[in-house]
Design a protein around this ligand. Structure first.
Ligand SMILES: [Zn+2]
Length: 143
């Protein structure tokens, strides 16, 4: 695949948010077709990163997509939330534009959630409000 072509498209998408220039493209590794795109819109919702937006776009637009041949291109190294979303989506390959440590070195420290939450990570409940976990709701049921 022509990684540069897809990364250039991710950069182009990222320009849509001058305050948080993070964009993402998901392409079919066989056909080369771009199947989904995503732009960081964390001002709207803290979980709308480029990667999560693209994964949502992928499964909204192509609910039967086989992720095994897909490649995700992102302008920056996925955060832990996006890494989880990518893992759960089954996309096996990721091409990234820059490392988080590089962004941190450039003064973009705010991308690290611990810096935004002085109280540390939230406490987690050990059970769902209904008292059990719904196995059928797991992302792996999409495969
Ligand atoms: Zn993220």
């Amino acid at each position: 695949m022509d990684h540069e072509r897809y990364m250039r498209r991710a950069v182009e998408i990222a320009r849509g948010n001058p305050d948080a220039r993070f964009g993402c493209v998901i392409a079919d590794g066989k056909s080369g077709e771009i199947l989904a795109e995503g732009l960081n819109d964390a001002e709207k919702s803290p979980i709308l990163h480029g990667e999560t937006a693209a994964v949502t776009d992928l499964f909204d637009g192509r609910p039967d997509a086989d992720p095994s041949d897909l490649v995700l291109y992102t302008t920056a190294e996925p955060c832990s939330m996006c890494s989880g979303a990518i893992l759960w989506s089954g996309i096996p390959r990721v091409v990234l534009g820059t490392r988080l440590e590089t962004l941190k070195g450039l003064g973009r420290w705010w991308i690290f959630p611990a810096k935004r939450s002085p109280g540390g990570p939230p406490s987690m409940a050990s059970r769902s409000p209904t008292g059990y976990w719904k196995r059928s709701a797991t992302p792996s049921s999409r495969r």
